[in-house]
Write a new protein. Structure first.
Length: 100
């Protein structure tokens, strides 16, 4: 099953994100069997990280929640909100992904 996890940072506090960024990246490497795609969300001008987005494969909502709860960003209180939504597999255009 696919799950889309969207996380919105607490406004005006980039220090928490930056303080655990390397730990977050190390955590994601341990989860590479689940992650389909992930990345920071950005302000329209591309200058400010505003949150995170993950598309993961998980067998249940509880497994998706465990993935999110294990993220050092979550433990450090970086996020104002986290939304976990089951997703239907549909179109995928890997060539477009490479061009983005």
């Amino acid at each position: 099953m696919l799950w889309c996890i969207t996380c919105v940072d607490k406004p005006g506090d980039s220090t928490a994100r930056l303080s655990v960024l390397e730990t977050h990246r190390a955590y994601l490497k341990t989860q590479d069997d689940k992650i389909i795609m992930s990345g920071a969300t950005l302000s329209d001008d591309g200058e400010t990280m505003t949150g995170s987005c993950f598309i993961i494969s998980a067998n249940s909502r509880s497994e998706a929640e465990a993935f999110s709860n294990g993220d050092p960003f979550t433990a450090a209180g970086v996020f104002e909100s986290v939304n976990i939504t089951r997703m239907k597999k549909s179109s995928f255009y890997p060539d477009n992904y490479e061009k983005a």
